[in-house]
Design a protein around this ligand. Sequence first.
Ligand code: 0RQ
Length: 500
Amino acid sequence: MEKRLRCEKLKDKLMTAKEAAAFVKKDMTIATSGFTPAGYPKAIPLELARRGEAGEKLNLTVITGASVGPEIDEKMTNAGVVARRFPYQTDRTLRKAINDGKVKYQDMHLSHVPQQLKAGFLGHIDLAIVEVVAITEEGHLIPSTSVGQTNICVEMADQVLVEINTSQPLELEGMHDITELPLPPYRKPIDLTRPEERIGKPYIECDPDKIVGIVECDIPDSPAPIVEPDQVSIDISKNIIRFLKEEVKAGRLPKNLLPLQSGVGNVANAVLKGISDSDFEHLTVYSEVLQDGIIDLLIAGKVDYASGTSFTLSPEMNARLGEELPKIKDKVILRPVEISNNPGLIRRLGVIAINTALEFDIYGNVNSSHVSGTNMMNGLGGSGDFTRGGYLSIFTTQSTAKKGLISAIVPCVPHVDHTEHDVMVVVTEQGYADLRGLDPVERARKIIENCAHPDYKDQLEDYLNRAIKESPGQHTPHILSEAFSWYDRLKETGTMKIDQ
Ligand code: 0RQ
């Protein structure tokens, strides 16, 4: 602990998690560190869950950088202490509470959160609870495996509780680059033109007088296991790589591409694996999450630099992170989400954005978040930040879900996260559809031809052809009374397939 708590003035603030949790009072808004199950506080949230289990009605608003681990989203939800939650989650328990109407949830673009916190759009922040690897002599905070909006939580909260996590490698120190954007008007341009540039400080500045409690914690992050890519993910990845190679051949992309962003999950992992097996070299990454695949590519020398806001690792990689960090330390930068997901920077750097959809429609509108239009899955996360700003915006999905009972390409998505105006290329295991320069009907023909599953092609074509005949407007033909009927059929018969 000597090595980690270096500020003399703060040493008498060490306390138990239970004592620290006592600063949390009913109806408070708390903002925490954490972005994906990385770098979030654990010991204090577990105490809050215990208080809820003992019958206390805390009624908290909980704001995080993105999804966090089970200590917050599962345990605190189960204990009934979370009333409102922003801006993203991936937890089964919390998801159910949201869909049962028990927890109020706003799904937000992750780049919007820091500014909205700062501007007071999300209300007053009573308390920040943040995980760090160390506190410097001056009382500044060294974040752990993520930055997210931790710097803004610390700035905006009345009081700060800190968890010093001894399971997080001290080698993380020096990898962060903390910059904060002022509120408008007259903001200066952000001085960043390449993913590897540093523009800030390696710590979060914090007034030591704001720190009311420090807790030692050794609970590790809760990384999700990575499953070996299945054939569908491998095929999707091959189609993306085929598309990127065509772009290089056509002279629209340099040989080493442009900075890459990829989401989380199976397909993203398969894409990274595909890139590592391909002949692309000297790549750069400007993303929000840095997964195992990116660390492997950095070590293998395929990726020169990677910038993100969080390490989102498998348990195996997490366990050996301390060992691997010295090999990649000068090639990786962890930034606040306000910078990693900044749409202006993403546009400036020319990022290639690759994200995953639940489904898309024949015109290229994407639903990433709402199953059958009403049931929240996770949220849109940072996908919108990268998609709208991206030089190329690519969406992937398998062509069917639930063993073929659901088509992931539908006449009209019942919830839109990314509009047809933002989406350039859609990819399934069947192929890719390059939508650039096409009008809606041309797009629909291409999506059906290249991306739809053979079981649903005729149905989609039939809808499109009848829509063209019946629709009053010919720009984006629809039969509005029928456009969502595929969801009614799914509900009634268990499949979107028409019984022939
Ligand atoms: O259901 O869990 O019951 O088996 O959805 O689907 O195919 O396993 O795919 O894990 O990659 O998640 C879009 C949710 C995909 C994710 C989404 C069912 C399917 C399965 C999961 P089961 P898969 P993935 C980076 C950027 C938005 C946020 C984002 C996501 C479950 O990628 O949340 O991009 N993206 N962030 O069976 C009904 C369909 C379905 C369907 C799949 N059409 N209808 N169910 N499923 N398609 C991260 C951050 O921002 C931090």
